[in-house]
Ligand binder design. Structure first.
Ligand SMILES: Cc1cc2nc3c(=O)[nH]c(=O)nc-3n(C[C@H](O)[C@H](O)[C@H](O)COP(=O)(O)O)c2cc1C
Length: 171
């Protein structure tokens, strides 16, 4: 499968087989793909928490209704003391870095046949508190990982993209 096919095949999975975990070998590849992601000035401010113990998944469930039975949830954070600050000092790149890392992992998961869903439906401050993170560490997203429950299909909007002409301008 070429990359475009893979990118189109990936979808946000909203129902998982709760008892089918993600194999360690696949999880390691997913995490390695995140490690290979670029970050601003190679600052690598990100950290990935693999939440898979009963206790950790209970924390996830207290933060969001969107685990959908996934046996593994990645919490992607960055340290605001380590992120690149743009000239002008008004903006910084931690959220972008964490998002690129997460995108690498999401697509690696798809390449390995592992289903996923990116989650922003949670309060990042409550997540940091529940995870006992230091004040400088910000939670950007949670990512469900697992295998789709039987009969699960992409949502009808999965293939509903804007036209390329609306999304792209040649200048
Ligand atoms: C930044 C971001 C945040 C998202 N947050 C959630 C979420 O909290 N809960 C959820 O069920 N889906 C979430 N999604 C999944 C989107 O709803 C989904 O990607 C979008 O509808 C397109 O569907 P597709 O991924 O199947 O193509 C999120 C996706 C992105 C990129």
């Amino acid at each position: 499968m070429d990359f475009l096919e893979l990118a189109k095949k990936r979808y946000s999975c909203k129902r998982y087989q709760p008892d089918k975990g993600v194999e360690k070998e696949k999880l390691d590849k997913i995490l390695a793909a995140g490690q290979a992601a670029p970050t601003a000035k190679n600052s690598q401010p990100q950290h990935i928490y693999v939440m898979q113990s009963e206790e950790a998944l209970k924390i996830v469930d207290s933060l969001t209704p969107c685990r959908y039975g996934a046996p593994v949830v990645l919490a992607v954070t960055y340290d605001s003391n380590q992120e690149f600050v743009y000239p002008g000092e008004k903006y910084a790149s931690g959220v972008e870095d964490a998002s690129i890392v997460a995108t690498h992992m999401m697509l690696m998961a798809a390449a390995e046949g592992v289903d996923s869903c990116w989650l922003n439906f949670f309060d990042p401050d409550k997540a940091a508190e529940a995870m006992k993170l230091p004040a400088s560490e910000k939670v950007v997203l949670l990512m469900d990982l697992g295998y789709a429950a039987e009969g699960t299909r992409p949502t009808p909007t999965h293939e509903k993209t804007k036209l390329i002409e609306e999304l792209v301008s040649y200048c």
